[in-house]
Design a protein around this ligand. Structure first.
Ligand code: NI
Length: 405
């Protein structure tokens, strides 16, 4: 494989993409995937850092471009004026590597060989474009000022694979981080970019309502947790309309409600579960407070008791303005089209890497969407990626990494 021979390199990337697609692995089970990534990077002479990760790995490309003071700036030196320490700077690219428990229906010759598992979220593209970018960047290391860590992250679909990476201090020296995702709503050659929030904070709640069971014909003998739950659901849905700023995206969905076993018994207990999605940090805090209040006080009004269990998932992803601008410039340089990135109330654990509460400092980040050909949405059993995107995606990522922040 010679990255300087474009045709040959593209063939190499496509063959590897197909291998990853044929061998999908679920979160935290990405053993073969990790071994293959390690093998390909090692063959290409790329250094793997010795973090003790069970799945996933971190590779590194060290730039050779020297930085100089503004008055000495010349070819072969960093472009910024007063940042002579730029060569010591570390940035990162996150590539998630896990697949989903889906039976594949895509009619591709390289379909999943693992029944009930599928790369239906394009993480096979993320892996391959990440490997391609590492190899191309290594070839251009004399143009790179500073160091780039390539984070091949496990378990994005479980929403906490990023925390495994963070536990291993991978991000301790990283000053900014790039992320990307396959986007089947756009054609190949189109990049979705937006400054500001692009994915939501993902929280989960479970509410248990304790009533008093009785005969269905004598509700006056008990306390009905079903009627109480119905009132709680109504109350929960009023939070977005009455408590949250109307200009802030936020939503709540009750997605499971369970109670009772038969037609003539009022049960003692009901349980409901759901999710809250917010962009704004304050709204997230407000929502937790209001969900607890509505559940507990409504239950009280009905003579029942409610307990709320709140599980915080990843925060919202916020795209840094300067980095979003670099994404635009890189697209222009490579003659790619840009469109405003679609914000989503879905989440991505990429947000942990740039979250001030998690990191105890500001880590600017930017997460772009790479058009993979218009087709079925992500997580669909017939989702597929147009393979002609793989090399351009790798080349695009290299431009971001060379530009730095
Ligand atoms: Ni994904």
């Amino acid at each position: 494989m010679n990255p300087c021979n474009k045709k040959q390199f593209e063939k190499y990337l496509i063959e590897n993409f197909e291998w990853f697609h044929r061998h999908p692995e679920l979160p935290y089970e990405e053993v073969q995937t990790t071994a293959r990534i390690r093998e390909l990077l090692t063959e290409a002479g790329i250094e793997i850092l010795p973090y003790p990760l069970e799945t996933g790995l971190v590779a590194v490309v060290r730039g050779e471009k020297k930085s100089v003071k503004s008055n000495e700036q010349s070819k072969g030196a960093c472009r910024e004026a007063d940042i002579s320490d730029k060569e010591n700077r570390v940035s990162a690219l996150r590539c998630d590597i896990d697949a989903l428990p889906i039976v594949e229906e895509a009619e591709v010759p390289y379909a999943s060989e693992s029944k009930g598992r599928m790369h239906a979220c394009g993480h096979d593209l993320h892996i391959t474009a990440g490997i391609g970018a590492a190899i191309l960047l290594q070839e251009r290391k004399e143009e790179l000022c500073g160091t780039v860590k390539f984070i091949f992250q496990p378990a994005e679909e479980e929403s906490h694979g990023a925390l495994k990476i963070l536990e291993n201090d991978v991000m301790d020296d990283v000053e900014c981080i790039w992320g990307f995702h396959a986007d089947p709503t756009n054609a190949v050659g189109v990049i979705g970019i937006r400054e500001g929030y692009v994915t939501a904070a993902v929280d989960r709640f479970v509410i248990r309502v304790q009533g008093v069971g009785c005969h269905g014909a004598h509700p006056d003998d008990g306390i009905d947790p079903i009627v109480t739950s119905a009132a709680i659901v109504q109350g929960l849905h009023s939070i977005v309309g009455r408590n949250v700023n109307a200009f802030h995206p936020a939503l709540l969905s009750v997605t499971r409600i369970q109670a009772g076993t038969t037609w003539n018994v009022i049960p003692a207990v009901a349980e409901m579960e759901g999710t809250v999605r917010t962009m704004d940090r304050e709204d997230r805090i407000l929502y937790e407070k209001r969900v607890r209040e509505v559940a507990e006080r409504t239950a009280e009004a009905y003579g029942a008791r409610a307990e709320t269990e709140w599980t915080a998932g990843p925060p919202a992803t916020y795209n840094d303005g300067r980095m979003a601008q670099i994404c635009e410039e890189a697209a222009e340089k490579l003659h790619m089209k840009t469109v405003p990135e679609e914000s989503s109330m879905g989440g991505d654990d990429f947000a942990y890497y740039e979250d001030r509460d998690t990191m105890d400092r500001d880590v600017p980040g930017c997460y772009v969407k790479i058009g993979t050909g218009v087709g079925n949405p992500i997580h669909h059993p017939a989702f597929c990626v147009d393979e002609s995107v793989i090399l351009p995606a790798a080349e695009y990522l290299v431009e971001l990494l060379l530009a730095g922040r």
